[in-house]
Design a protein around this ligand. Sequence first.
Ligand code: GLA
Length: 728
Amino acid sequence: MIQYDETHQIFKLDTPHTSYIFGLADNYPGHIYYGKKLGDTDLAWLLRAEDRPQPPSVLRREKTSFFDFFPMEYPFEGVGDFRECCINIRTEDGQEGLELTYQSHRIFRGKRVLPGLPSTQGEDSSTLEVELLDKVTGLTVVLSYTVFDDTDAVAQSVRVRNGGERPLFLTKVLSACLHVEPDMGAGQEMEVLTLPGSWGRERSMQRQKMGYGTVSAESKRGVSSHQSHPFMALVSKNCTQTVGEVYAMNFVYSGNFAARAMKDQFDRIRMVMGIHPERFCWKLAPGEEFQAPEVVLVYSDEGLGKMTRSFHDLYRKHLIRGYWKDRRRPVLINNWEATYFNFNTEKLLEIAREAAKAGIEMLVVDDGWFGHREMDDSSLGDWTVNEEKLPGGFRYLADEVNRLGMKLGIWLEPEMISEDSDLYRAHPDWALQLKGREPGQCRAQYVLDLSRQEVRAYIYDRIKEVLSSANIEYVKWDMNRPLADVGNAVLSPDQQGEISHRYMLAVYEMQERLLKDFPKLLLENCSSGGGRFDPGILYYSPQIWCSDDTDAVERLAIQEGTQLLYPLSSIGAHVSACPNHQTGRTVPLEMRGIAALSGTFGYELDITRLSEDEKKQILEQTKLCRQYSALIREGDYYRLESWQRSHAFDSYMVVSKDRKEALLTCVQVLSRPNRASRRLRLQGLDPEAFYEIEGKSFQGATLMYAGLLIPPAHGDFQARLIPIRQMA
Ligand code: GLA
């Protein structure tokens, strides 16, 4: 629900358990509060306290000091706010700075779609739009806030319009800003939580003290990236999974971003997030608009666990779309680690035959089926089937695979071009490049300049042809290098700063077209593993490949970091062969299966090389996956123990919304001698109800407050799946 209290000039946005509040002082919108739900709107005193710097109508001589203090809801650069700001412009005269004041607002049911961009959706929501104006240039800024009836999250975005008569250059336009006062956070010191990483080590959880100055998380790689993540949270120092306060932001965008938290001279923290202002400059002709992407905010007063569940609910209900949204996804087998580039139809069918017997439902043909690609150094852009490897193309393969009762999926990397490709020989200027400089290769490839309409139209038509050639029901859309040499000879010199964002809009446009043309297609995004795992791309594909590191132990950490924000149903996780190709580690098949169960579940190995015993185990695993799929997809997630933190033990549980059923996963990663059993406190159960665990009955309260005993296992890499069911 959204209210405007006209007497006090207060906007109050309520979710089921939280309130987000800001108000006007001298027509400057100022942030007042985000936290547990409040009943009152008489809160102007929090914004206009007399012992604080007063607005210009009261104290004209200190306007700059006022800007440097005031918790501006959408802070602007150049006229006295010296903290992290959200917006800046440059005029034709080369001058920077603007001043935004309130003009009008509207409140309506539902939510607008952001043109060309991913965003949360839902009619069961209310939206507030507040229009601000820079009187000198005529620039208008519309701040948009949506709250959902059923989820504790606030979605924010910003639309800018040049209402003046001269062109303007937007040099910075972030999407959200939040202020936290020192005494909020229960009077505690705050910390900043981010998710940095690397290829094969995505999304590790890092907490650092919020001292004076700025903490940032950012990407200038053209993708949200392995190295950083478009997420930042301010957490109270005492924050754990179950206690403490959390103010979190996640960016619904897949390109360059910046998230910054800054503690000012008055001990207040300002957190901002949006498109990275470096590599960005957008020309706005008179009358033109720019839509900045969406940031979603979540507040929790019960630690990280509650934040996680709010994000999961938000993304499951209001972001993920399409045919596969609430459907069980097929258990797949991908040939990448099984064969790399060395395969043909016969080999693929051998894999498919064994896979079908083991209950696997889809074969995915990974990299190497097109052009003359035998290695990673050729043919990207030449999207025609290599009939020497696959005679009869995908039509024949799909028919055979379908005959086995399985589906067929394929890998694509539409955003790239190899130097050794017919496409590059014909159109060398289609690669992103800076004038007079030879563009740099990465994985022996260049990035296609998708900001150009003719380039993306050509590529889209080629992939559409491939997908129309056979019954292809799944696509793994890969993207295997960052954007560098970002320039082209097509856009005018004063628009070169638009290319990175135009590129992202192009990727979104292509994926949107794909979903329109093939509405039942299951799309899985990927970027050298988990380099583009973000809410933006989740809008197009309900699942995303989580990491190229398929080692089950490593995956415990990577998946924990990913599950902090994203529902299990969105996390691409496969059982792979041992010794593992990334780490050389050997882990029992049982643990590999259990680790993959906390994601979309599939296989990435040559099943024809496994023993009969192993194949039987796989049959059992695929049965288990089907049995628990709905619970894992729809249930509430509780993180109990962390291998990332403890380096010993990992545990989480999923509990059905009605609390009747739960699945507990425990992994003893390393074995130690002379250990007693562990008392593991469960979460999320009904305290009054009785539950059956392995033939014994326990009350929910006992399991949650006193705990369940987990005896030490003998040996490393010992995983257990413990079903929990409410007794009738
Ligand atoms: C990327 C992906 C892998 C695989 C290869 C193929 O690295 O993350 O899963 O598809 O590309 O080249």
